[in-house]
Design a protein around this ligand. Structure first.
Ligand SMILES: [Fe+2]
Ligand SMILES: [Fe+2]
Length: 482
C-alpha cells in the first residue's frame, strides 16, 4: 500500500497531492465559496457560531484517522481523503475482470461513470438539507452533536465526489459540481435526483430512522462503488465508508434508546399492552406501534433508492467494471454473470411471485436483498431490548412490496405482509401501516429542545457511552460560546 501523507496546510486538507496539481487546486478553491454559501443557506439552521465537539478526518490510517475537538461548523476542515492505493490492484468483475484497475477514466465509460458519481454526490448535500431544522428540537446536546457530525461528514462526502468531477471530467465535471450546489431537497423546480432525498425529515424519530435505513442504502451503494475498476472512485468510497459507519450507529442507537425509554416507562406505569396508545403517550414516550409505522415509512422509501429490480443500467455498470456487488470479493461465482440467474420478486398476473431472471439484469434486486438482510440485524437488536424489558411486541421490516413507488411493486398496493389490497382497502388501512396526521402531531408535540448539559428529552434514554468516551455531563455543543 502506498500512503501519501495528509497535507493539512492549505485551504483544502488532502492526501491527493493537491499542492502539485495546480489546475484542480484552483478549480476546487473556486468551488469553495459556493460550497460555504450553500452550507450557510442550506446547512444547519442556527448554531453556526456554536462550538461543536466534532470528529475531523486527519488521515486514512484505520487505527487513527480522526481527531476530536471543538469546532465551529463553517470552519470544519472538509478535506479530500482517499484510502491508500493498493499496488497492482486488478478489476475484480465484469468484462474487464483481471485487467489492471484504471487510474484514468476509460473514454468509452466516461458518461456512465460521471452519472454514477453525480447520483452519489447528489445524495450527500440532500440529507443535510433535509435535516437542517432538527437542531431546534434536539433531545440533548449529545444528539445535537451527532446530528452535526453527520451533517459535516455528508458535506465532506460531497467534496469527495466533487474532487473526482473536477479532477477527471473537465468542463462537464465542473458544470456537474456547480449543479450539485444548485439543486435543493424538496424543491418543485430543482429537486434532488432521488425520491427519498426529497422527503421531509420532520422530527428526530424520522432522523434516526433515516440514518438507520437511508444511510444504510448509502453504505450499500458505496460498498458497490468501492469495487469499481476506476481506482480513484474505489479509494474515495472506501474511505467514506469509515465515516458512514457512524451515521448508521447514530440511527441504530437512536431508535434503541427511544424503544428502551418507551418500554421502561410502560413497565414503571404497569402498562403491559403496547396498544394502549393513549395511556402510553401520556407518559411522554412514543408508543411502539407508532415507531413501527415510522420504520415502515423509511424502509419503504429507502427501498425505492435501489431502482428497478430488473435493470439494464445496473447490468451495464457491472459489465463495464464500474459498479460491483456488495462484498464482491467474498462471492465465489465467476464474477461475470453472463450465464447465471437470480430469483427476483415480481408482480405478475396480480400476485407477488419469484421469477428466475438473468443474474446480470437482477443486480439492483440482489443489492436490495443484501440491504434487507443488513437492516434485519439492527431490528433484531431492537427487539432484544423490548424482550428484555418484558413487553410483548416485535418490530418487523415490512414486506418489500409495501408502499413502493419504483419498480415491480409501484403498480400495486401491498400491505406490510405483502398481501395485495384493492385501492379502497389500501385507502382504508393506510394509517394502520403509515403515520397518520394524529401520529405526526403527537410526535411533533414531543419535539422540544433539551440543551442543558447531561439532560435528555422524556422520550429517549441517555446513551450507554459518550462520544470519544466522554462522561454523561460533557458539553458536546457550546451553543452560546460564539
Ligand atoms: Fe454520505
Ligand atoms: Fe451518511
Amino acid at each position: 500500500m502506498s500512503m501519501i501523507a495528509v497535507d493539512y496546510d492549505g485551504l483544502i486538507p488532502n492526501n491527493v497531492g493537491l499542492g502539485h496539481d495546480v489546475r484542480v487546486k484552483r478549480a476546487l478553491e473556486k468551488w469553495h465559496p459556493g460550497y460555504i454559501g450553500w452550507w450557510m443557506d442550506m446547512g444547519p439552521d442556527g448554531f453556526q457560531n456554536a462550538l461543536v465537539y466534532l470528529r475531523t478526518a486527519i488521515g486514512v490510517d484505520p487505527k487513527g484517522w480522526a481527531k476530536f475537538d471543538y469546532v465551529r461548523m463553517p470552519e470544519y476542515r472538509w478535506g479530500i481523503l482517499l484510502a491508500p492505493q493498493r499496488e497492482g490492484r486488478k478489476i475484480a468483475f465484469g468484462s474487464h475482470k483481471g485487467e489492471d484497475a484504471w487510474q484514468e477514466v476509460p473514454g468509452e465509460y466516461r458518461a456512465m461513470l460521471r452519472r454514477l458519481i453525480v447520483i452519489q454526490g447528489d445524495t450527500e448535500p440532500a440529507s443535510v438539507e433535509q435535516q437542517r431544522h432538527l437542531g431546534k428540537t434536539a433531545p440533548s446536546l449529545y444528539d445535537l452533536r451527532n446530528l452535526f457530525q453527520v451533517n459535516v461528514e455528508e458535506g465532506r462526502h460531497l467534496w469527495a465526489m466533487v474532487y473526482l468531477l473536477h479532477k477527471y471530467f473537465g468542463t462537464d465535471g465542473r458544470d456537474e459540481a456547480e449543479a450539485l450546489l444548485e439543486r435543493r431537497s424538496g424543491d418543485p423546480d430543482t429537486p434532488r435526483m432521488l425520491g427519498a432525498f426529497n422527503e421531509k425529515t420532520p422530527d428526530w424519530l424520522s432522523f434516526f430512522m433515516f440514518t438507520y435505513f437511508t444511510d444504510r442504502d448509502g453504505k450499500m451503494q458505496l460498498e458497490s462503488l468501492a469495487q469499481s475498476g476506476f481506482d480513484p472512485l474505489s479509494r474515495t468510497c472506501r474511505f467514506m465508508l469509515t465515516e458512514e459507519a457512524h451515521h448508521m450507529f447514530v440511527g441504530e442507537t437512536g431508535v434503541t434508546r427511544i424503544v428502551q425509554r418507551t418500554c421502561e416507562a410502560m413497565k414503571e406505569a404497569g402498562i403491559k399492552d403496547p396498544y394502549e396508545i393513549e395511556k402510553i403517550r401520556k407518559l411522554g414516550v412514543i408508543d411502539l406501534p407508532t415507531i413501527q409505522k415510522k420504520a415502515n415509512l423509511h424502509f419503504s422509501l429507502t427501498l425505492d433508492l435501489f431502482g428497478n429490480e430488473i435493470s439494464t443500467n445496473a447490468a451495464n455498470a457491472f459489465h463495464a467494471g464500474l459498479k460491483g456487488r456488495f462484498r464482491e470479493e467474498r462471492l465465489t461465482d465467476d464474477h461475470q454473470l453472463e450465464n447465471g440467474t437470480y430469483p427476483v420478486l415480481r408482480f405478475m398476473d396480480g400476485e407477488i411471485r419469484k421469477d428466475d431472471t438473468p443474474a446480470l439484469s437482477a443486480l439492483n434486486m440482489r443489492l436490495r436483498d443484501d440491504y434487507v438482510a443488513d437492516c434485519q440485524l439492527g431490528v433484531d437488536r431492537w427487539n432484544k431490548v423490548i424482550a428484555e424489558i418484558g413487553i410483548p411486541f416485535e418490530l418487523k421490516l415490512p414486506h418489500v412490496a409495501f408502499h413502493r413507488h419504483i419498480g415491480e411493486f409501484s403498480r400495486t398496493n401491498a400491505d406490510v405482509d405483502g398481501k395485495v389490497l384493492s385501492p379502497a382497502e389500501w385507502t382504508h388501512k393506510r394509517t394502520d401501516f403509515l403515520p397518520s396526521e394524529a401520529d405526526k402531531s403527537f410526535i411533533e408535540s414531543l419535539m422540544e429542545p433539551h440543551y442543558e448539559v447531561g439532560k435528555f428529552a422524556s422520550w429517549i434514554a441517555p446513551p450507554k457511552v459518550g462520544i470519544d468516551n466522554k462522561p454523561g455531563d460533557f458539553e458536546y455543543v457550546k451553543i452560546h460560546d460564539a
